[in-house]
Design a protein around this ligand. Structure first.
Ligand code: ATP
Ligand code: MG
Length: 415
């Protein structure tokens, strides 16, 4: 027996409707915000992520599924969605199309992480990226789109936390301040944080180790280091959110896990799913496209983890509408009537009706039982009488009432 790889999950037939519900909510959200779907490869050249996501991030340092293909190229399974979409934008010259360009994706992502609740090695993201706009409205629109998506899912328990991590200029000063603050504690911090200290102190605020987290609590706040323009941008984002009644708290500890963010960063967090509380994270990344050779193109985006959202919905009792059940099950008694049942079923399907018949050569009694398990709304039994009369008795399973209709007029009755 070969088992499923660690950190991955099957979607069983009885569960797939939940995924469809999530995906449909994502598509509906994109549609009302006029955001077009994009699809990029599941694997890319490793360099796209090491440059795009950033060498000092956990994602690139520890979590990537990287391998050499038979042509000797270093290939990586996408650990996130943004870098691929940015590459697509540059490679296809989409900067010459009307701006802003608004794109969304639903994609699997791969990260070599320690599997636990809400943390998998293959997981799925719904993400939105908007290219071409520096305006604070765009940051606000992205956040409102994420909020719309959560509302469509029936999630009301998340809180929005926002921050600004400024531009590289603000960050230079802030990183110095962080170094000054963290230096005396270095001995007590994890090995990764000690490396971060040298390469990118900002990352130290994102450490998941309890000891490091505790020390980071009193670190200086980025808010005190924003340059005039970044501070003004952040104020505008907050104004737009407030104008739409979007509640938020400013959390100066949010820096996000990926290196490409500038200015606005945000998370929708929940306390109902344990330690992995961030269901959606995003922000502005004005320098990523330039970093990837695409010129100066500002961008804002977010990604939401579908597994975490599902977990949250399950833990907070959010109701996911049930899958549609068969409208009717046509049972057959003997071989002639079974043929008729098969034909009626085929005809109903041709008319767009979800109809079922027996494929297991079961007795009529067992067919009834099965129809009941399927949750079929009606059951009709075809026997000699029905063959002769050309009519069927439709039994409504919920109350046992029976009506007789012509066997070729069932679909009209079901309407
Ligand atoms: P975390 O801090 O939880 O590791 P992250 O900062 O690495 O998250 P992002 O890269 O911003 O996460 O990804 C966006 C979203 O994707 C997260 O908010 C989360 O919902 C989801 N996500 C990230 N990593 C995983 C994973 N290993 N398993 C399941 N979902 C994940
Ligand atoms: Mg992570």
């Amino acid at each position: 027996m070969i088992n499923i790889p660690k950190g991955t999950k099957d979607v069983l037939p009885s569960q797939s409707y939940k995924w469809r519900f999530l995906e449909e909510a994502a598509r509906e959200t994109a549609q009302i915000f006029n955001i077009k779907e994009v699809r990029t490869p599941v694997f890319e050249h490793t360099e796209l992520f090491s440059r795009g996501v950033g060498e000092t991030t956990d994602v690139v340092n520890k979590e990537m599924y990287t391998f050499e293909d038979k042509g000797g190229r270093s290939i990586t399974l996408k650990p996130e969605g943004t870098a691929g979409v940015a590459r697509m934008f540059i490679e296809n010259g989409l900067a010459s199309t009307p701006m802003p360009l608004k794109a969304f994706y639903l994609t699997p992502c791969f990260r070599y992480e320690r599997p636990q609740a809400g943390r998998l090695r293959e997981f799925h993201q719904f993400g939105i990226e908007v290219f071409g706009s520096y305006a604070a409205e765009t940051d606000a629109e992205i956040i409102l789109a994420a909020d719309t998506f959560l509302k469509k899912l029936g999630i009301t328990s998340t809180k929005l936390e926002i921050n600004s991590i400024g531009c590289p200029e603000c960050r230079k000063k802030y990183n110095e301040a962080l170094k000054k603050y963290f230096r005396p504690y270095l001995e007590e911090m994890c090995a990764t944080c000690r490396t971060r200290f040298e390469k990118n102190p900002l990352r130290m605020l994102d450490c998941k180790e309890a000891a490091c987290k505790k020390i980071a609590e009193n670190a200086p706040s980025i808010c005190d280091y924003l340059c005039g323009e970044c501070a003004a941008h952040f104020e505008k984002v907050k104004e737009f959110l407030t104008s739409q009644g979007m509640k938020y708290t400013v959390n100066p500890r949010i820096v996000r896990g990926l290196d490409y963010y500038t200015r606005t960063v945000f998370e929708f967090v929940s306390t109902a799913i344990g330690a992995q509380g961030t269901v959606c994270g995003g922000g502005r990344y004005d320098n990523l496209l330039e970093e990837l050779g695409g010129g100066k193109v500002p961008a804002v985006g977010f990604a939401a983890g579908l597994e975490r959202l599902l977990l949250l919905m399950e833990n907070t009792g959010v109701n996911i509408p049930d899958e549609k059940k068969p409208r009717i099950y046509i049972a057959g008694m003997d071989s002639e009537s079974r043929k008729k049942a098969f034909a009626i079923t085929a005809k109903l399907r041709g008319q767009g009706v979800n109809a079922e018949c027996d494929l297991m050569e079961r007795s009529v009694k067992a067919q009834f039982k099965y129809a009941d398990k399927l949750g079929a709304e009606y059951v009709a039994v075809i026997g000699e009488n029905e063959l002769r009369s050309g009519t069927v008795n439709l039994k409504k399973m919920s109350d046992g009432t029976v009506v007789t209709v012509k066997s070729d007029e069932i679909s009209t009755y079901l309407k």
